[in-house]
Design a protein around this ligand. Structure first.
Ligand code: LLP
Length: 419
């Protein structure tokens, strides 16, 4: 459910015509809806209400400071995977005791920053990392709260690039080695074992992979208990899918209905790390038609947003619905919507039957609030897009469009190259 709807043929973001936002913010632009973000967060909070749980939003999906602040103000924590994300989570006011930190390549500096911030726990992905955390915590004369990220070898049946819970994946440690590494963790002086973490993949559209993975993890928690290792925090990751096209993924309440009965005896603090299911359908990407061009039998619609702005179609062949910002009754044409980048792989939508567009028309790419702006780059030296947050009939530019000056920020010329 989201709040990007048509009124009299005009696409609105909540109560604001998208066209009005574009007049102020220009294109290409990301537009987020507060009401949708909150609705999604609250659907998690309500689904897990009554069981001790913490919702830790995965910042990699959307790390706009205003979006994070909104979530923080409404009780949300953070799942971070870098020093940069930790910095943003803190800046947004996410409480340290609601921050978990995953990722296979944490540096000493990042570990130290997280220790100083007193985060809830590190989700540790390898024995080498465990030793590094122990060493850094020792230097800082503190104890590092940790969970091991285990890899339950469950196929989430999603795109291979976003599937992380299989044996062959670089993430986590194979569940069959978990006992051994938990024993290692217990022997280390400067770590405190607090939890288990798993995350099996993203854009998962069935409930079964979650249940199967959780059963394995609970079994591990029982085995650990027998060894005298008590698991307090059970972090089941993120991964719930969203409808991009005609998918009907489970909702948070379906997840809670499947998961909570398995946890009755455990007495855990449950942690969830949703990203896409909170931000995905709460954002759209709006781009303007520059040119039309017919090569053989294909209509190319060349727009001012490219793969540097919205990478998912190029990288994963991902589908984002294309909607006209102003509906029309023109004839339909089979069209490829492509960006201005000098790469054949630069497309935003392929072979879509859409109403013919004209130069200057605005198109909205739906479900772009997660892994949209965060995956954007300056490729082809294009300044990154603006970001706008809508609340009812108000809207705010929450990140300015980059300027050409931003493209050279931090660069300098050595003396022999100065003019
Ligand atoms: N927790 C961990 C440890 C993760 O690795 C991820 C996502 C999440 C939580 C959040 O998962 P979500 O609820 O958003 O599915 N760039 C790809 C998605 C990569 C996801 C990586 N990990 C895309 O655009 O589809």
């Amino acid at each position: 459910m989201h709040y990007f709807k048509y009124h009299n043929s005009e696409l609105y973001a909540e109560d604001v015509p998208v066209k009005k936002i574009v007049e102020k913010a220009g294109t290409p632009v990301y537009i987020y809806s507060e009401k949708t973000l909150l609705r999604h967060l609250q659907s998690y909070q309500q689904a897990f209400d009554g069981y001790p749980s913490t919702i830790c939003f995965a910042l990699k999906a959307n790390s706009n400071l205003a979006v994070l602040r909104l979530l923080a103000k409404n009780g949300c924590g953070a799942d971070v995977v870098s020093g940069g994300e930790l910095y943003l989570a803190k800046k947004a006011g996410m409480p340290s005791n609601k921050i978990v930190y995953a990722g296979v390549g944490k540096t000493d500096e990042e570990i130290a920053a997280a220790l100083k911030a007193r985060i809830l726990m590190f989700n540790v992905e390898s024995p080498d990392e465990l030793k590094a955390i122990d060493r850094v915590a020792g230097q800082l004369k503190t104890k590092a709260p940790i969970a091991l990220r285990v890899n339950p070898d469950i196929d989430p049946k999603t795109h291979p690039y976003i599937s992380t819970g299989l044996k062959k994946s670089k993430f986590g440690i194979p569940i069959e080695h978990a006992l051994e590494y938990y024993r290692l963790a217990r022997r280390l002086d400067n770590v405190e074992v607090l939890g288990i973490h798993k995350h099996i993949g993203s854009q998962i559209t069935a409930i079964k992979p979650f249940v199967d993975a959780l059963k394995r993890v609970i079994e591990l928690a029982h085995n650990l208990k027998e060894q005298g290792i008590e698991i307090r925090n059970l972090d089941i990751g993120g991964g719930l899918g969203i409808p991009y096209r005609d998918e009907a993924p489970p909702l948070p309440e379906d997840l809670s209905r499947a998961v909570l009965p398995l946890l009755e005896e455990g007495g855990f603090n449950l942690i969830l790390e949703p990203g896409r299911s909170i931000a995905g359908n709460a954002g759209i990407f709006v781009t303007k038609v520059l040119y039309l061009k017919k090569n053989t039998d294909k209509e190319f619609v060349i727009v001012d947003g490219g793969m540097n702005d919205l990478l998912r179609p190029s990288l994963y062949d991902a589908f984002h619905d294309v909607k006209p910002v102003k509906k029309n009754s023109r004839k339909k044409a089979l069209s490829d919507i492509v960006g201005p980048i000098c790469e054949s792989g630069d497309f935003i939508a392929k072979e879509r039957m859409i109403n013919r567009v004209h130069q200057g028309d605005l198109l909205a790419l739906m479900s772009a609030g997660a892994y949209g702006f965060t995956m954007s780059s300056n490729y082809n030296s294009r300044p990154r897009a603006a970001e706008v947050l809508v609340k009812g009939s108000d809207f705010y530019i929450v990140k300015e469009r980059e300027t050409y000056k931003d493209l050279i920020r931090g660069t300098s010329l050595p003396k022999h190259l100065k003019r």
